[in-house]
Design a protein around this ligand. Structure first.
Ligand code: F6P
Length: 519
């Protein structure tokens, strides 16, 4: 793969990769974490890492010290550090769109970066946070409706849900993403024009779902007596001209070097700032910045995003695990799996390298999950006794934010016990009650769920995705795979109304006939 200034090898053609293949065949496949822990309790210290705000324990993982050092060698041979440094230097590492990748700059403190965009970032941040504080103080606004999809929805929704206990009283937050009118209609039934602020969040300001919802919201607003669009609509976008043409004059901008799924730190984060305040939002940025520094400066062997990204490669390309389950043991993190899905699968769900050549190695796994303990009573059966091995990631928070006695102990006990059960297993000759065990998990611990730790946790995962994407040689920062369906939907929409099936394949024509009112 070539990025400006860096020529990087195909990682699966390196000596380290060949050694990893051999090591997997010799020892990796049969590795048993139970035996490894019994033989060496010190494994817990070797296979764990404290990073800013986040501790991770992967001692129950299916990895030994030799694989660990070969993976670090792989990272060196693949010039991971150079690639990382190119991102932090503002080089156009998003090669298919010729763009820099600078979401990290959005959380760089004032005066800390010499990047030419730093001053503008802070000017915009100050304006956006000033606006957030004014909205917070405005008691006439009781409802904030964010209209956006993908990265313009998942980040703010996840973070407001995670930190919403701190939200000011008297304001409700609604997130409308789907073009399915049931979603917007349900929100509009609950709100009034004079007390609602609509935030139209779209990097491009062209996304069909968001534009359809925004137009309907505006029409509803005007037909229900709303008059002051400037007060009741704001746009969060890189396309300020399109927002103006739409009739929105209050806009907060960001830049093409912020990918949609990396935009929660930009103006797209406005709902979070309204929910938790300017100081809270700055804490979230500070937590993420601390993780940026960790990723940028810690040696590879003590660098948590690097260690996790390399473990992902080991699991995907050597063990052949095709999915990963995310189990946040905190109800307020219930939108985190969805957020992670976009972050990782839209970034690394690619079958060609950065030059467009087909890859001969597997890339992004499928990510999925629900909060614990709910998942235990739904799909953990498969995790414990199914035929596929699925690495599980537990996320536990030490301190609860409620006073109800007993609950938090139960919650944490379940998280620990599930990880223990997956690893230990239980022999039973009867078959049905037999747990093979040795099922890998990683266990994350946050001291408390606050803005800073959430910021660090998200940044950790952004960088982890960078690491695996870099080893796989792909461009993690484009998303061409979402285009084709969008284009075809544009063709299908008028056909649905008219019933015209000319030129369609027989299957698609059949669906259209069934669903068309004209059919
Ligand atoms: O913010 P926008 O431009 O409306 O895009 C929304 C989402 O659509 C995508 O482009 C993919 O469909 C995502 O990458 C993005 O987060």
């Amino acid at each position: 793969m070539t990025t400006p200034g860096i020529s990087r090898p195909h990682c699966d053609h390196t000596a380290a990769w060949a050694l990893l293949v051999a090591h997997y065949e010799r020892e990796g496949r049969a590795f048993d974490a139970r035996d490894a822990l019994a033989a060496d309790p010190g494994r817990v210290d070797v296979f764990s890492q404290q990073a800013p705000h986040v501790f991770a324990d992967f001692s129950k993982g299916l990895i030994d010290e030799h694989a660990r050092s070969l993976l670090l060698e792989l990272a060196r041979e693949c010039m991971l550090e150079k690639h990382r440094d190119a991102m932090f230097a503002g080089e156009a590492i998003n090669v298919t769109e010729q763009r820099a990748v600078k979401h990290w700059l959005l959380r760089s403190p004032k005066g800390a970066s010499s990047d030419p965009d730093a001053a503008l970032v802070h000017e915009t941040l100050d304006a956006m946070l000033d606006y957030a504080e004014r909205v917070r103080a405005d008691v006439a606004i009781t409802d904030v409706v964010n209209i956006g999809i993908g990265g313009s929805d998942l980040g703010p929704q996840m973070a407001v849900t995670a930190l919403g206990d701190d939200a000011i009283e008297g304001k409700r937050f609604h997130f409308v993403s789907n073009v399915d009118g049931h979603e917007l209609a349900a929100v509009l039934r609950q709100v009034k024009p004079q007390s609602t602020l609509f935030l139209v969040a779209s990097k491009t300001f062209t996304t069909i779902e968001t534009m359809t919802n925004a137009l309907s919201a505006k029409a509803w607003f005007e037909s229900n007596g709303g008059t002051d669009i400037a007060r009741h609509f704001a746009a969060l976008t890189t396309n300020v001209a399109a927002a103006k043409a739409f009739g929105i004059t209050t806009t907060f901008g960001f830049w093409d070097w912020v990918g949609g799924r990396y935009s929660v730190w930009s103006a797209i984060g406005l709902p979070i700032a309204i929910a938790i305040g300017a100081a809270g939002f700055r804490e979230m940025l500070a937590g993420a910045h601390a993780m940026d520094r960790h990723f940028a400066t810690e040696p590879l062997h003590a660098n948590l995003p690097v260690r996790l990204g390399l473990l992902d490669v080991w699991y995907r390309n050597f063990h052949g695990f095709a999915s990963r389950s995310i189990a946040p043991y905190h109800g307020a993190l219930r939108r985190l799996p969805a957020y992670m899905q976009q972050l990782e699968m839209e970034s690394n769900g690619k079958r060609v390298d950065a030059k467009g050549r087909a890859l001969s190695i597997a890339t992004s796994p499928v990510l999925w999950g629900e909060p614990g303990t709910n998942g235990q009573h739904a799909y953990f059966q498969m995790l414990h006794q199914g035929t596929d091995v699925v690495p599980v990631e537990f996320i536990a928070v030490k301190q609860a934010r409620h006073e109800l006695p007993g609950h938090h102990e139960q919650l944490l006990a379940n998280a620990i016990a599930q990880a223990q059960a997956l690893m230990q297993g239980k022999r039973d000759a009867g078959g049905h009650r037999d747990f093979t065990g040795n099922r890998p998990s990683t266990f994350f611990i946050l001291e408390r769920l606050d803005a800073a730790s959430l910021g660090a946790l998200i940044a950790l995962h952004e960088h982890r995705v960078f690491v695996s994407g870099s080893i796989w040689g792909i461009n993690s920062f484009d998303q061409w795979g979402v285009e084709l369906g969008k284009v075809l939907a544009k063709d299908i929409a008028p056909r649905l109304a008219s019933g015209d099936v000319a030129g369609l394949d027989a299957s698609t024509a059949g669906l259209l006939r069934r669903l068309s009112p004209a059919g």
